[in-house]
Design a protein around this ligand. Structure first.
Ligand code: ZN
Length: 98
């Protein structure tokens, strides 16, 4: 779970989901109100996780039943969302990709 680098408070899964549902790259800590950012490494890891559900579309090439592909996308989609707070690491300064 992500830990605020400012107040060292560990965010719960629910708090993380609430705080990160924003288009802003800065997340406001629910405890101290300071701005926190996802580290470059955790953003990369999350990006790789989001690539797993669409892989189900490639399973289509192997003549698998529709329910299997639908199940794959649904389950891996849920797993990606569930794992997101576990992958997220916070930093007090924004790190850019380039
Ligand atoms: Zn904090």
């Amino acid at each position: 779970m992500p830990t605020c680098q400012y107040c060292q408070h560990r965010w719960t899964w629910k708090q993380t989901m609430k705080v990160t549902t924003t288009i802003d790259t800065a997340y406001t800590c629910p405890h101290c109100g300071e701005k926190q950012y996802a580290t470059k490494k955790s953003r990369t890891q999350f990006f790789l996780l989001t690539l797993i559900p669409p892989l189900g579309l490639f399973l289509n090439l192997f003549d698998l039943p529709f329910w299997f592909i639908f199940g794959w996308i649904t389950l891996t989609g849920i797993a990606t969302l569930t794992l997101f707070p576990a992958v997220l690491k916070l930093t007090s300064t924004e790190e850019f990709f380039f």
